[in-house]
Design a protein around this ligand. Structure first.
Ligand code: PGA
Length: 252
């Protein structure tokens, strides 16, 4: 099943100061003006923890939603220096959360920890953007499908509320490198991801986004790959112009 709404999710990573809300404001302005297409897509922006409270207040009841980029794997409060729990993020009015990003997997997050995070975030009624993706070596050894399957099945279980889940397929070798999978690779991989999701959830299978070097120049490449339900955009989401151009070019 392909969702009709497309997601454009901006992942700011370690970027942004309080005045950066202007970037989101400009994107929001465009969204309101884009009467022709704005019912077809949903914009989510993930600034760092430091900006979540202010931005979620500023964009409360607006069409753009604010997302966190991670959370701790235990809830409530605790002796965890520098960490933030799902409950604490939820209390700010934040609706979405990105989990399992490869940059965090690289600094030690494993499937077991990601599973706890996904479960807790869903329990707190977040919409969870769960990232999966193979690295360069795994791709070279033709392990892509195997790796994705393992990442999906290790974390996702039937009992979870799949209506609040979004999967982001982000090949690690594509993030920030300008390299994209081929059309055939992308179609095949997305199909395999959806078939695994179908095995886990039966009906309600979550949307599947693509992430990795998406920008306004290459977005047209994805246009006719209908199985992709949207995009997780890093570098190009830090400029309102680039982000708006991605949407413009996608619907051109
Ligand atoms: P990129 O990052 O668009 O800069 O490649 C994507 C991501 O890491 O989510």
């Amino acid at each position: 099943m392909t969702n009709s709404i497309r997601y454009f999710v901006g992942n700011w990573k370690m970027f942004g100061v309080p005045s950066s809300y202007r970037i989101i404001e400009k994107i929001h302005h465009y969204l309101n003006k884009d009467k022709k297409n704005n019912k077809k897509y949903k914009i989510v922006i993930a600034p760092p923890f430091t900006l979540l409270q202010e931005f979620s207040k500023k964009f409360k009841n607006k069409k753009i939603s604010i997302s966190a980029q991670n959370c701790h794997h235990k809830d409530n409060f605790g002796a965890q220096t520098g960490h933030v729990s799902p409950l604490m993020i939820k209390s700010l009015g934040v609706k979405y959360i990105i989990l399992g990003h490869s940059e965090n997997r690289m600094s030690g997050e494993n499937d077991e920890v990601i599973k706890l995070k996904v479960e807790l975030a869903l329990k707190n009624n977040f919409k969870v953007i769960f990232c999966i993706g193979e690295n360069k070596t795994e791709k070279r050894k033709n392990k892509t499908i195997y790796v994705l399957k393992k990442q999906l099945h290790n974390v996702l279980k039937k009992k979870l509320n799949s209506k609040n889940l979004i999967i982001a397929y982000e090949p690690v070798w594509s993030i920030g490198t300008g390299k994209l999978p081929t059309r055939a690779e992308l179609i095949n991989t997305t199909r395999q991801i959806k078939s695994n999701l179908d095995k886990i959830f039966k009906n309600n299978i979550p949307p599947v986004l693509y992430g990795g070097s998406v920008d306004s120049n290459n977005i047209s490449f994805f246009k006719d790959i209908k199985a992709i339900d949207g995009f997780l955009i890093g570098g190009a989401s830090k400029s309102s112009k680039n982000f708006i151009d991605i949407i413009k070019n996608f619907y051109k």
